[in-house]
Write a protein that binds this ligand. Structure first.
Ligand code: PLP
Length: 307
């Protein structure tokens, strides 16, 4: 259940049946999750002591595991309980909770087939990172349209969450090398997909549009779409091109790990006089207000140490 003598305050983890402080948690080198990136994951936000949209994250995680043909011994209900237990151990009220399932190590050393491995589940809680500083919220980020092409959907299904991040990581290096904050990738047909760890929205008049292809179906993007009517906007998935980005009124990024990030420049296209635009501001403010009000939050019982 987690040794109370141990210090979980910097993060708590569950790996293969054991609770550990995050800095002591790891996986065997022989796990195909490490050697073949044969792993899927999900990340949930804990806001003011409650999980945000836990059911949606669990459903996506289940779908990813099904897609990659992984079946750890823990059931989905047990995974929920383990996640809550990790949060309680850490004592954190604002955090991210990562779930992962790996192919695991071969049951006999040297075996190479994916059906010869014991799938492993792990979960860990880490402090909420304050990515959106007040300055960034006002100024907006700069975004580079990367020269690196996003891997084709025919090779890897982007809606099954994965750590196949080489193209995403390279795009971030390229953006940083060129003086930009963030990157966005196009697919082989020139359609906008996603960036390293986030979805993208384009604002055009009273419409919010996010790519309908080549991207994870983000839970944060879903939240933006759900909130659009409240903002007097329509929102939808649509095919978007580089031109749409360069002619947008505004652009913003969405992800669990930072919420909404306004963008004030895409390549050389400066929007809203180079500061956060009014729609992005409204989306950002509404997203956080709704969460503060408990919208789609599942409270965590911190008194429950045996859960
Ligand atoms: N796209 C990628 C590649 C991601 O890794 C993530 C989040 O980790 C997202 C989009 C945003 O998804 P969500 O809003 O569910 O966090």
């Amino acid at each position: 259940m987690g040794d109370p003598q141990q210090d979980f305050s910097q993060g708590a983890a569950y790996v293969d049946g054991r609770y550990l402080p995050l800095n002591q948690a790891g996986i065997p080198l022989s796990d195909f999750g490490f050697t073949k990136s044969d792993v899927t994951y999900d990340v949930v936000h804990v806001h003011k002591g409650g999980f945000f949209r836990l059911g949606d994250h669990m459903a996506r995680f289940a779908e990813s595991m099904r897609g990659y043909r992984m079946q750890p011994t823990e059931t989905l209900d047990q995974m929920r309980e383990i996640a809550a237990r990790c949060v309680v151990l850490s004592g954190m009220k604002d955090a991210c909770v990562s779930f992962a399932a790996t192919r695991g190590a071969p049951t006999k050393p040297g075996w190479r087939r994916p059906d010869q491995c014991r799938n492993t589940f792990m979960c860990w809680v880490w402090p909420w990172p304050e990515v959106i500083t007040p300055e960034l919220a006002d100024k907006g980020a700069s975004l580079m349209i990367s020269s690196i092409v996003r891997f084709p959907e025919a090779s890897i299904n982007p809606t099954w969450k994965n750590f196949q991040w080489r193209d995403l990581s390279n795009s971030l290096w390229e953006a940083l090398d060129n003086g930009y904050d963030q990157a966005i990738l196009l697919d082989y047909d020139g359609y906008v997909t996603e960036g390293p760890g986030y979805n993208i929205f384009v604002v055009k008049g009273d419409r919010l549009l996010t790519p309908d292809r080549g991207a994870l179906k983000g839970v944060t993007a879903r939240s933006v779409i759900d909130l659009a009517p409240e903002l007097g906007m329509t929102a939808d998935y649509a095919p978007l091109t580089k031109k749409d980005l360069l002619e947008a009124d505004e652009v913003f990024l969405s992800t669990t790990a930072f919420g909404i990030m306004p963008v004030s420049r895409v390549d050389d296209h400066v929007m809203a006089n180079g500061i956060t635009g009014p729609v992005s501001r409204k989306v950002m403010d509404t997203y956080w207000r709704k969460k503060d009000e408990g919208w789609l939050i599942t409270p965590i019982n911190y008194a429950d140490t045996e859960n």
